[in-house]
Design a protein around this ligand. Structure first.
Ligand code: ATP
Ligand code: MG
Length: 330
């Protein structure tokens, strides 16, 4: 049986980069593979400075947004990481077995550290906790965006190292599952769209909020005047068209950009209409869930029950193979 696991941090609102890079795949894979698990990874979201009240709110909003985006609690387990203490227990075990150099080499760590004065050790250990998140469920496939591919490599190393020492074949080596839209850029057209960078379009934003963000968003920097021909291949708005617009519109955008038949605003208006069409039903489900919060709580409670069972089974086996099982007289 193939098992799917993935997680998302409640570090801000669910945005279209998360949606196109990962969540759309979660929704598709839950249909294909029963017993998939999806996790709001709140322990990952406390590695920097944060406000507890805000975190509480964001965890809630994230769970609600994921359900609205199509995670079906009848098909997959949706749960909150800190409800399952085995994540941190297994993470400790893996830290004892992970070379420091492998962690220091992680691009995301180097990027985040550049923006910090004092570096919490938890930030360095982040991929170890992530390996624990995945391996705790002995997951085979992990639907993620491109930025997580390197971390998954580390999860595979972790599985291999542990298996080599304590039990060949116990942990599968998890593979990334990527979407065609695996790396969405932020509205600045430079950095990856990220909750923590404030360059996002939220999945639940209103038509007008989306337009206010699209209108000034970066396009081809060489296209200064409307009469300048554009280069769709370097334009972030074009890549969003590929994600949200039908193929014939994408072809039309390509031609009208290269020939300067359309200005960037014309192009953005078409994109806006197609985004609104895809996002309106998600927004409507999110509203229904806000009116009926018990559906969110019930989904999380059911999901945690399923996850806990698997997590406890894995830890019993792991601890037994490591000589950490319940004490018996010699
Ligand atoms: P943060 O800035 O707090 O790291 P984030 O926006 O990067 O937030 P994560 O919770 O780290 O979101 O990642 C959730 C999932 O979304 C991961 O699978 C990640 O690879 C994917 N993802 C994040 N940003 C993008 C993006 N810009 N394009 C495609 N996929 C993305
Ligand atoms: Mg991230």
């Amino acid at each position: 049986m193939t098992r799917i696991f993935s997680g998302i941090q409640p570090s801000g609102e669910l945005h279209i980069g998360n949606y196109l890079g990962a969540i759309k795949n979660w929704v598709a894979l839950q249909q294909q593979f029963s017993g998939s698990l999806f996790c709001v990874v709140d322990y990952h979201a406390i590695t920097g400075n944060y406000d507890p009240e805000l975190l509480r709110q964001r965890r809630w909003d994230m769970a609600r947004s994921l359900l609205a985006a199509g995670i079906d609690p009848q098909k997959a387990a949706l749960f909150v990481q800190s409800d399952i203490p085995e994540h941190t227990e297994l993470a400790w075990i893996f830290t004892t077995n992970t070379p420091l150099g492998d962690l220091e080499r992680q691009t995301q760590f180097k990027d985040k550290v550049d923006r910090m004065e004092s570096i919490p050790a938890g930030l360095l250990m982040y991929p170890v906790l992530q390996a624990a998140d995945i391996l705790l469920y002995r997951a085979d496939k992990v639907p993620v965006g491109e930025d997580q591919v390197q971390h998954l490599e580390l999860s595979r190393d972790t599985a291999r190292r542990w298996n080599g020492r304590f039990g060949e074949g116990f942990f599968p080596e998890p593979q990334a599952v990527l979407t065609p839209t695996r790396r969405i850029l932020g509205l600045d057209g430079k950095a990856k769209m990220s909750k923590s960078l404030g360059n996002t379009i939220g999945l639940l934003e209103s038509d007008d909020e989306i337009w206010q963000k699209l209108r000034p968003a970066m396009t081809d920097p060489q296209r200064v005047r409307k009469s300048d021909p554009g280069r769709p291949e370097v334009c972030n708005i074009f890549s969003l068209h590929k994600a949200f617009s039908p193929a014939e519109t994408v072809a039309e955008v390509d031609t009208n950009c290269r020939t300067a038949a359309w200005g960037c605003i014309d192009c953005k208006k078409v994109l806006h209409a197609n985004m609104v069409q895809e996002l309106t039903p998600i927004r409507a489900s999110a509203q229904l869930l806000a009116d009926e919060p018990s559906r969110v709580l019930d989904a999380l409670a059911d999901g945690a029950r399923t996850a806990r069972q698997i997590a406890q089974d894995t830890m019993r086996e792991v601890k037994s193979r490591m000589g950490l099982d319940p004490m018996r007289a010699p």
